[in-house]
Ligand binder design. Sequence first.
Ligand code: AMP
Length: 352
Amino acid sequence: MATPHPILPASTDPKDFVIATLGSHSALQILKGAKDEGMKTLAICEKGREKLYTDNYPVADEILTLNKFADWDEKLEEELIKRNAIVIPHGSFISYMGHDRVQKLQAMYYGTKDILEWESDRNKERVWMEKSGLKLPRLYPKPEDIDKPVIVKFHGAGGGFGYFVAKTPEQFYEVKNRKYPDQNDFAIQEYIVGVPLYIHYFYSPVTGELEIMSFDKRYESNADSIGRIKAEDQLVAKIHTSYTIVGNIPVVVRESLLPEMFDMGERVIKTSQELCGGKGLFGPFCLETIVTRKLEIFVFEISARIVAGTNPFIEGSPYTALKYDKPMSTGRRIALDIQQAIGAGQLEDILG
Ligand code: AMP
């Protein structure tokens, strides 16, 4: 259950606050969005990366420098608290900080910390997805059960790195023992034949509304290049499919899929509120899906924060253009949510 935030400035003027994030991942988008909404911005950078946020792209009003992100300490937090900084988490933020440190943050943090344990624990995440009535790829408890193509994911493997595909127990052990002999924490998931589609949502506790901001597909090496080689040449060259993310590509979906996608997002939010017994998930989140030729939408993961797939939409997306009369990125939407919460004296509602 959420506890009251330890520091809660009484001001209802957004100008008394600073939007802060780690200089990485989607920081350019987040800080640009905050500036567009007229807010002050701060980037916490690793030494040598500052210029990107001040000179190359002038999105940060102020920089706080660390030798390494891992050096994040109480002194830094004091600096953030002094400035009324609201920290915006993104994918790299969570992986650099680790869930435990995020839980202990004293500075203001946009988003629910309670949901992190449901997202970071594979079994709990599966419960969340099942309770939300989502279609999920089958899970194989042990390699001996493999009876059709599966995708093997090692715990903590970020950005698709180190995933492999197998279709028999023998094939599984052949790759696992040769390439990953010491790793025994993995999930074996049914391989869904279809196209990957990442749905970027935003749920505002201030308006109580769920929005679909945009969609992307990932540009993965070498899964996205194998089709450029004839099948017989692939065999000769012994190419193994890999799913390492190189970039993100915008997608617009068939309009008829949208109602189901809104429903899916609504159910994920509702379930998160039941699971956390409090605010539940809010702000930006993403359902990572594979859509089959029968237009079934299988969800293989929930990201409970802004994903890098929103970065192509710094000037807004076709979907945000339908709703807003200004270019609305997910980063800017976060700043708008914060401003509205501050203005309404509801700051606590958007802090974890
Ligand atoms: P992830 O890092 O978990 O977001 O996954 C990286 C990539 O692996 C996705 O973009 C898909 O191309 C692929 N992938 C993950 N899970 C599955 C699955 N169950 N079936 C087919 N492809 C998958």
